[in-house]
Design a binder for this molecule. Structure first.
Ligand SMILES: C[S@@+](CC[C@H](N)C(=O)[O-])C[C@H]1O[C@@H](n2cnc3c(N)ncnc32)[C@H](O)[C@@H]1O
Length: 297
């Protein structure tokens, strides 16, 4: 049995049940109160170019649009979700949002993915763009073309003024070194002084989970952990909406180490419950999490 890889995660996010789940949230749930609070606090300029990584079906993207943000680039590596986000933007007359198919660990590279699990290594090539050059390679051939309106295709010479990776997307990248690679890439496409807002679980925060982690530590010590997992703190489970979820649950210290190793300075962190009282619908959709803001020095 192989390890969970980014191809597994991408395949899981393209699953129909998962796409329906996130599309419904994008249409009906919108921003959490805590997200709105921190977005408005850390991204005061509504016209600044912002990049949202892991936009999924556009729940946060369209929330940003509704708050008046107009310099939005939204990226995801799951093309089925991205299609839903594009449709929702069209429905809400938010055509100025730039949606790009890109992998967080390779934001600056024109590259091609051939790992869509359904089609295998000989299946159709999926093209992915360099988020700074705003070009998209046409799937299946070598033609490069500019997409969208002239305004949307202007290069961003100084990079983005801010970045977001919401609802734990960063921790859905298997492998600490890959998560660090994503942090480096996000930093590289941002301007000096840019703020980066993201969330994670906090393995040390929840007393109810301590017995689970103690038992898991014993399994790892005996070498009897789930063979699909690469690191202690990983989980791979069947979720309530009929799909599979990979999640790495870090400690507070681990996230700080990863930020330090990749050139980000943490400037704020707080548990969601300490920021806002979320509706029942939001709590049904999502567990408690820790919000982080880091600054590119
Ligand atoms: C939990 S979902 C959140 C989706 C959306 N932001 C929301 O809050 O509804 C995490 C998203 O991150 C995306 N993602 C995970 N790893 C990624 C990667 N390496 N590159 C780009 N997107 C990624 C997934 O495809 C998924 O859409």
């Amino acid at each position: 049995m192989g390890k969970i890889s980014s191809a597994t995660v991408r395949h899981d996010f393209n699953d129909t049940n998962v796409v329906v789940h996130y599309t419904r949230a994008a249409h009906e749930l919108g921003l959490w109160a805590s997200e709105r609070l921190l977005i408005e606090r850390w991204f005061p300029d509504r016209n600044a170019p912002l990049i949202e990584i892991g936009c999924g079906a556009g729940r946060v993207t369209l929330g940003l649009w509704d708050l008046g943000y107009r310099g939005l680039t939204a990226v995801d590596f799951a093309e089925e979700l991205l299609d839903q986000a594009r449709s929702l933007a069209a429905l809400r007359a938010a055509g100025a949002i730039r949606f790009l198919h890109a992998d967080a660990t390779r934001l600056r590279t024109d590259h091609r993915l051939r790992d869509r699990a359904a089609s295998g290594p000989s299946g159709p090539v999926q093209s992915v763009c360099n988020v700074l050059r705003y070009k998209e390679l046409l799937a299946g051939d070598d033609v490069t073309r500019e997409r969208g309106s002239a305004m949307r295709d202007q290069p961003e010479p100084n990079g983005f003024a801010g970045a977001l990776f919401m609802f734990n997307g960063l921790m859905q990248i298997p492998g600490r070194e890959h998560r660090r690679q994503a942090l480096r890439e996000i930093r590289a496409v941002c301007r000096p002084d840019a703020a980066f807002l993201f969330t994670t679980h906090d393995r040390d925060d929840e007393p109810r989970d301590r017995p689970h982690w103690a038992a898991e530590a014993a399994r790892w010590a005996r070498g009897e952990q789930d063979p699909r997992l690469g690191e202690f703190g990983d989980r791979y489970f069947r979720d309530d909406h009929g799909g599979h979820t990979f999640m790495h649950l870090p400690t507070h210290a681990e996230v700080r180490e990863d930020l330090a190793a990749t050139g980000w300075t943490p400037v704020f962190d707080a548990m969601r419950r300490d920021l806002a009282c979320e509706s029942q619908a939001v709590r049904d959709f999502s567990d408690e999490c820790r919000f982080w803001v880091a600054r590119k020095e």
